[in-house]
Design a protein around this ligand. Sequence first.
Ligand code: SF4
Ligand code: ZN
Length: 347
Amino acid sequence: MEESHGGDRTRSLLCSICNQRRPALKRPKTLQQICRECFYVVFEEEIHRVIVDNKLFKRGERIAIGASGGKDSTVLAYVMSELNRRHNYGLDLFLLSVDEGITGYRDDSLETVKRNEVQYGLPLKVVSYKDLYGWTMDEIVKMIGLKNNCTFCGVFRRQALDRGAALLKVDKLATGHNADDISETVLLNILRGDIARLSRCTSIITGEDGPIPRCKPFKYTYEKEIKLDYFSTECIYSPNAYRGFAREFIKDLERIRPRAILDIIKSGEDFRIATSTKMPEQGTCQRCGYISSQKWCKACVLLEGLNRGLPKLGIGRTRGVTGERQKDDQQIGVKNLQSKACGSLDF
Ligand code: SF4
Ligand code: ZN
C-alpha cells in the first residue's frame, strides 16, 4: 500500500470512492486516491471476483494455504478465511508450512504462521526437510557451501508442499504469489529461454494433472497493496541474484508506468507456444513415486548426491567434473538443473 505524502495537492482531495474521508493511498492499478477503509473493501472484493470468475474453488473442497510467514501468505490466509465466511464458499481451510531448517530465519517466520493459526482459527501443518529428506538446509549448506543451496531448497520445497498437502488430504494448494512475482517469473523465463515454464507460469491454476493443483488468488494483486500484520526477513542464505535483478528492473518499470506489471503478465499469457517446441513428458520417479519427467525426480537426484557425498550431482554445468559424475548423470538419466530462484517464491 503506497502512502500518499503530505504537502502535495492530493491532501486536499477526498477519497474517490466514499467522497468523505481523506485518501490514504493511490492504487497502482487504477491510480485512484482512496481512503484506508475503502481500500480494504475494494481489495477484498477484487480477490473475491478473481476467485469466482476463475472458479478457483468448489464448495466442500479442502484447501491448504501455503504459509511461509511472509506478507503475501499471511494476507492470503486472512483474506481467504474472511471471504470464506463472508461469501459462504463452504471451504475447509488449512495452513501448510515448510520448515527448511534454516536457523534464525525459518524459526522466526514459523512463529508468525503459528500466530496466524490462532488468529484465523486455521489448523496448521508443518513439514520439515529434516523429516522428509533427512537433511536440514543448515546441514546442506555446511556440506555444499553457498553456491547451489537455493537449487536444493527450491526442489525440496516444491515436493515438501505436495507431500504436506497429501498428508492434509487437501484438494488444492493456494499460494500467495502476487502480480509482481508472476511478472518477474515471466521475465526470467524469457531470459532463460524456458518455454515450458513460460507457458505455465501465468496460469492461475497449475498442476491439475499433477498430485495437487495449485492456484494463485493474488495473480492480479500488486505487492504494494499487500501489507498487513506481517513479519518478513531475508533468508540468511541469500536469494539468487538473477531474480533480484529482474525484480529491480520490474520495480523501475513500475515507477515509470504502474501498469507494466500487469502488461508483462498479459504478454506472458498471450505467448503462443509453437507446437514444434518439445515439452517435457510427465511420468513418475522410479525411486519415490513423485511426478517426474526423468527416471528420478529432481529431489531424489539431489538427495542421492548429498547422501553419497557428491553434492554436485545434478547441478549446473558438466565442465570439470569427473568421469564418475558424468556416468552417474547418465545412469540416472537426468538433465542438469540450473540454479533456480529463491524457492520462497514457490509458495
Ligand atoms: Fe531456500 Fe530461499 Fe533461502 Fe535459497 S534464499 S536457501 S531457496 S529459503
Ligand atoms: Zn523421487
